[in-house]
Design a binder for this molecule. Structure first.
Ligand code: ARG
Ligand code: ZN
Ligand code: CA
Length: 316
């Protein structure tokens, strides 16, 4: 590999010289002295005199190529820039910067095994619980005063034309809209593969972050954790059907959604009668009842960020 790149670098250098002189000759008569940038001549002389220079230049080339490919990979981890779009009619809906930052902090804790309840995962699932290892950085907060009292679930908040705010660079930023949704909906997400114009997650201010307008029992920021899970391609743990499939093999089959904070162990009546993983973020329990992603869910999330994956733009 090294050898190939090295000879490619040498080749490039040779080529640029040859091209320059042949281009020049086709444009000028032989009588006129051909112009040539001296940098190349100097470099060639240096390369001839010092074989280690090619090696050093090759190392620089490799490192910049790697940076260009994996700029958002910090120590091999994906870092997600977050744009928060706040749409408000009342002063209360115009939540504070501190409340927004508290939500980013929750995402970082929950996706990096840093949540204080991570140790509450029952021994039965201790081999399944995952440190997802994806982090979030608050990049921009956009705020807009609007006339709407509620926005529903048909993406109007994601369109400036419809009174909301268009997403910012959705192929390499996670857009979150914080606005009153209505209809008892806490939040909703768009799965990978959807239109980029509507990509991101929506959370009602009553269920966003830790302070201010956040309301118990949905005041631990887990609505965003759940919705970002969907945005990273996770399905509900019950597979949205009776004893349905969430396409993850290490999560047990659940009868249906669980609510509140179920008493452990809660047995499924699905084939095999497994103990349900009710404390998974992709169930429907109260915020204090959810505190893990599984290794299988982690793999599913990781898969969308690889080069060629549907969210590979986040690597750049
Ligand atoms: N999309 C779900 C809903 O609106 C979110 C559930 C989040 N659960 C939670 N405990 N925060 O119902
Ligand atoms: Zn959901
Ligand atoms: Ca499963």
């Amino acid at each position: 590999m090294k050898k190939i790149i090295l000879s490619a670098v040498a080749c490039m250098m040779l080529f640029s010289c040859q091209n320059e002189s042949s281009d020049a000759s086709s444009l000028s008569t032989n009588a006129i002295t051909q112009r040539k940038c001296a940098s190349q001549d100097v470099l060639e002389a240096q390369l001839a005199a010092d074989p280690t220079l090619a090696l050093r230049m090759n190392q620089i080339e490799q490192s910049i190529q790697k940076t260009m490919l994996t700029g958002r990979l910090v120590n091999g981890k994906i870092e997600i820039p977050v744009v928060v779009n706040v749409l408000y009619k009342t002063a209360e809906e115009n939540i504070s910067d501190a409340q927004i930052q508290s939500q980013i902090d929750v995402l970082n804790a929950d996706f990096n095994a840093g949540n204080s309840d991570y140790n509450d995962v029952p021994a039965l699932f201790s081999g399944d619980k995952a440190n997802v290892g994806i982090s979030f950085v608050l990049e921009t907060i956009n705020r807009k005063s609007t006339k709407k009292t509620s926005w529903g679930t048909r993406d109007a908040m994601k369109s400036t034309k419809k009174g909301g705010l268009d997403p910012t660079s959705p192929s390499n930023k996670l857009n979150m809209w914080v606005c009153t949704i209505g209809g008892g909906i806490l939040g909703y997400a768009q799965f990978p593969g959807g239109k980029s114009a509507t990509d991101g997650v929506v959370i009602d201010p009553n269920y966003f972050g830790l302070s201010g307008t956040a309301n118990a029992p949905y005041n631990l920021g887990r609505t965003a954790t759940h919705e970002v899970g969907h945005w990273m391609n996770l399905r509900h743990i019950w597979g949205d059907a009776t004893c349905g499939d969430d396409l993850v093999s290490d999560t047990p089959t659940h009868n249906t959604a669980n609510y509140g904070v179920p008493v452990y162990p809660h047995y499924s009546t699905c084939p095999g009668t497994p103990v349900e993983m009710t404390m998974n973020y992709m169930d429907y329990t109260d915020d204090p009842g959810m505190y893990l992603f599984s290794n299988g869910q982690k793999s599913r999330m990781d898969a969308i960020f690889v080069s060629g994956g549907s969210r590979s733009g986040f690597r750049i």
